[in-house]
Write a protein that binds this ligand. Structure first.
Ligand SMILES: [Cu+2]
Length: 60
């Protein structure tokens, strides 16, 4: 993630995942904090991010 456009791309892709309630993207650190329902696996979030061509690592 390099610019605000990337941030909105990632945020938009996360919001397409069923069960995602909210997300905050931090451009400086290149990280995202996502609030989801308990049934959502981090992998599903990464898949969504990768679909829009960004890298993804699960931080937990
Ligand atoms: Cu960008």
């Amino acid at each position: 993630m390099m610019c605000p456009a990337c941030v909105s791309n990632v945020k938009a892709s996360l919001s397409t995942v069923n069960g995602v309630k909210d997300s905050s993207i931090y451009l400086k650190s290149g990280t995202a904090e996502v609030t989801t329902e308990d049934s959502i696996k981090p992998e599903s979030l990464c898949d969504a991010v990768k679909k829009v061509s960004y890298g993804c690592n699960i931080a937990k």
